[in-house]
Structure formats: C-alpha cells, structure tokens
Design a protein around this ligand. Structure first.
Ligand code: UGA
Length: 467
C-alpha cells in the first residue's frame, strides 16, 4: 500500500460520506466534517443515515480508526493535506446551481489555512467554480502559495455508490498545478495501480489488478465541464429513448427490441436506454438545468437541453394519460402503487417521478395505497397518510382490492412477485407498468391486462383466468 494521506471531507451527504468511507478503505486517514451535530453523532455511532450497499460494513470497519467525524472544520483543515468539498449545490430559482454552501466552506477553510493544502471540489459545480473558490480564499488574506484548488468530480450512482467509487470507469482530476495533480494521483494510487484489488477483502466490482481504472488529468475547467456534460448526456439518452418509446407506442413496435438493436452498436452502447416515467433524483434534473443555465450565461444556445427537460416532463403526463385510458375515469378509483423512490434499490425520493405521479393521481381524485421496500418513511414525511393515501407493508397488501396496479420504481423485488397471488389480490387484474419490469406475454398468461412503456399492450389469454 502507498503512504496514507490525511484527507478532510466536508459534507457527509451521499457523495461526501461515500468518498470519506472509501478513502479510509483504500488506506487514508480521514476526517469527515458536517455542520449538523446530530448527523455527526449518528455517524460516529455507526448509523449510515442512507440506504447504500457496503456502507454499513465499511463504516463499522473504520469508524473508530481511520475515519473520524466532527463539526470542527477548522481543526480538520489544519490537520489534513487534502480538503474535499462535498457540500450540496442545490438548484436555485433560476435553474443555476446555488453555490452559497461551497462559498461558505471555502471562506471557512481560508481562515484555517496554515500550511500548503490542496482544496478539492467534489460537489457538482458549474465551470469557473474553481476560480471562484480560489478568489474567495485569496480574498480572505491567504497567500497564493499556500493552496491549490483542483476539481475531482464524482460519478457514483445511488444504490451502487460504494462499488462505483472503488471501481470507477475513470477518475477525473482537473488540476492546473503539478503539486496538486501529484497529491490527487497519490490519493487514488491504490486504485489506479490495482493494489486495492489484490486485497482479499476488497469490495467487489468491475475493476481488477489487470484492469485498474484510468486517471484522466485535465484542466480544472475541463473537469468541471466533464461532470455536467456527462450527466446531461445520460439524461439526454433517457429522454431520447423515451421519445422513441412514444413512437413505438404509436406504431405498435416494441421499444425493447429497438433499444437492443440500437445498443448493440458499440458507438451507442446499451446502457441508459431504458424507457420509463422519466429520470429523477437529486442529480439529473438539477444538473441539466444548471448546465443549460451555464450555456445561457455564456450567451450560447443549448436548446437541446431544454428539449431533454421537456420530454422528461411530458413522460409523466403521458403515463397519467395511459392510466386514465386504461381505467376510463380516475375520480374515485383505487390504485395500488409499487415504488416511491426515484429508482430501485434506494430510499431517496428527491425529485422522484414516482412521488410526483402519486401526487398527480391524488389530484385526479384517486385513492392510492403505496408500497416501497425502503422509501415509505421518507415519503410519509412529505405526504402523510390520509383517507386518500395509505401505505402498505408489502406489494400484495397494496394490491388488495385495487382497481389497478401501477409500477413506478424499478425495484428488483417487484420483478419477481408472485403473479397469481397479485392477480387474486386485485379487484381488476390491470397492471400499468412505468418501468417495463414484466414480460407482456407472461402477464397475459397470468390473466392480466398489461400496459407498459413503448411495448404493445397485452390482454388476458382467453383460457387463462388465474385460479
Ligand atoms: C446519476 C449518474 O448516473 C451518476 O453517474 C452521477 O454521479 C450522479 O447522477 C450524480 O451526479 O451524483 P443517480 O442520480 O444516482 O446517478 O441515478 P441514475 O442511476 O443515473 O438514475 C437517474 C434517473 O434516471 C433515475 O430516475 C432512473 O430511474 C432514470 N433512468 C436511468 C431511466 O429512466 N432510464 C435509464 O436507462 C437509466
């Protein structure tokens, strides 16, 4: 193993906490800072606060050793060589990223800079943020030789965040000074040299000793743009296939066959071509808007991104119409909803298209019984249970006596439900699937009327009303 480096990570949200724990996992000494003392106490006690595979094990492995949690940003800055800023960059009213947390942290770091430090932006930020951080620190009276600012964007996905961090497709380091680039290269050396993957207790994933991840060294501005451009491109791929799925519906073609035929072209690739009810989450909606806003501020026309957003918004409305057309009228209908999280295997409901659709169903006068394997608690804080909205303990309980079953999140658990039991629970065997989790022919065999996205509707096979 290479030399441990002392790293401070500011912010213990998704990116910050996963990065902090993973830096400890690859051998570094980490101090994770958050200004919320309750969070710090919970983390110190071993509660990960988020639903993420491998995180509890890694936290348990290091929390009384290589990783410490504190609210004291100044002390963490003084004690470390690299300071990663991983605080939130929420969307402001105008669509651009609100950088006030980043600025506040930069000023606080400035007050504690004593020896040379590398300050790393890990939060998703627009191009030029690096320069603003540098200026903010200089304005607080810190000599230029005492620090460098680099950009090291993170590409992890919720649900697979730990393995994405430890087995990345690439590590991007935007550094304009050699000393800073060298420190970042040393931090990631256990991954880029393959040393980490030799360990018997390494978290499993796609990288190996023979195929370690590449480190791409770029300018700071390029790195900032790489992050926004990557998320915007992935969102565009999703909107593209959603638009194609509408075309498939209009022509009775099958979007799955189309996506497969497209994805086999190595230049296109098969991933992120799953049609659905639109993308959501804490990243794509915010980052597409922020990237568009950056282009606007630079006087550039990037209307393609506005179209990506518009298709995404339409997709939810189209799904509502699909439900309406299957049930004739919506007022007074009882809907069983499977899924509240913005995607499967996470409890995150930020910008969740599933939650938005539940709200649309309620506004149409439906009553909803919803089930999600992990996101009910969070949803209840936002949408409390009422006469019109109930939460169920499992999928079958949600389906009980409902006029139709609506699938809104792609949880693996939903794909393997007992279809006969589901059919028996429902008042009418109608399934409207916003995530294409089931095989239409199989649904027909099990006696369902089955509508999905971009695929021909399936109707109960004549002789197969399920027992
Ligand atoms: C996304 C990116 O995938 C990460 O690379 C990035 O680091 C992260 O944002 C971020 O900027 O922090 P995440 O938001 O966790 O990760 O989730 P994704 O798996 O990308 O899914 C985003 C949304 O797109 C979900 O609502 C998902 O259901 C939807 N989606 C995804 C589709 O509708 N179709 C697809 O084919 C793929």
């Amino acid at each position: 193993m290479s030399q441990p480096i002392r790293i401070a990570v500011i912010g213990s949200g998704y990116v910050g906490l996963v990065a902090a724990v993973c830096f400890a996992e690859i051998g570094h000494e980490v101090i994770c800072v958050d200004n919320d003392p309750r969070k710090v106490d919970a983390l110190q006690a071993g509660d990960t606060l988020i639903h993420e595979e491998f995180l509890p094990q890694l936290l348990a492995r290091y929390r009384n050793g290589r990783i410490q949690f504190t609210t004291d940003l100044g002390a963490a800055t003084r004690a470390c060589d690299a300071i990663f800023i991983a605080v939130g960059t929420p969307q402001s009213e105008t669509g651009d990223a609100d950088l006030s947390y980043v600025e506040a942290v930069a000023c606080e770091i400035a007050r504690s800079l004593n020896t040379y430090k590398v300050i790393v932006e890990k939060s998703t930020v627009p191009v030029y943020t690096n320069e603003w951080i540098r200026r903010a620190i200089e304005r607080n009276g810190v000599a230029r030789e005492l620090f460098d600012v680099v950009s090291n964007p993170e590409f992890l996905r919720e649900g697979t965040a730990v393995s994405d961090f430890l087995h990345p497709d690439r590590i991007v380091v935007g550094a304009d000074q050699e000393a800073a680039a060298n420190l970042l290269a040393a931090i990631y050396a256990p991954l880029t040299t393959g040393a980490y993957y030799q360990r018997a207790d390494a978290i499993p994933g796609g990288c190996s000793v023979a195929a370690p991840p590449p480190l791409l060294h770029t300018s700071t501005k390029s790195a900032e743009i790489i992050k926004h451009a990557s998320n915007a491109f992935l969102a565009m791929k999703i909107s593209f296939i959603n638009a194609v799925s509408n075309l498939c519906e209009a022509t009775d073609a099958n979007v799955e066959q189309v996506a497969r035929g497209m994805g086999l072209d190595a230049r296109i690739g098969p991933r992120f071509l799953r049609p659905g009810i639109g993308y959501g989450g804490s990243c794509f909606p915010k980052d597409v808007a922020a990237f568009r806003s950056v282009a606007e501020q630079l006087g550039l026309n990037f209307n393609l991104l506005a179209e990506v957003e518009s298709i995404n918004a339409q997709q939810k409305k189209r799904f509502l119409s699909k439900v309406r057309s299957a049930l004739w009228t919506l007022r007074g209908k009882r809907l069983a909803v499977l899924g509240l999280a913005f995607k499967g295997e996470t409890d995150d409901i930020r910008d969740s298209p599933a939650v938005e659709l539940v709200q649309m169903f309620l506004a149409e006068g439906c009553s909803v019984t919803a089930y999600d394997p992990a996101a009910i608690k969070r949803t209840q804080q936002h949408l409390p249970a009422s006469d019109q909205l109930r939460y169920a303990e499992d999928a079958y309980a949600a389906a009980e006596d409902a006029d139709a079953l609506i699938v809104l999140t792609d949880w693996a658990e939903f794909a393997t439900l007992d279809l006969t039991r589901l059919n028996n629970a429902l008042r009418y065997p109608i399934v409207i699937d916003g995530r294409n989790l089931y095989d239409p022919a199989k649904m027909a065999e099990h006696g369902f009327t089955y509508l999905s996205i971009g695929r021909p509707a399936a109707y109960p096979a004549r002789s197969s009303v399920t027992a």
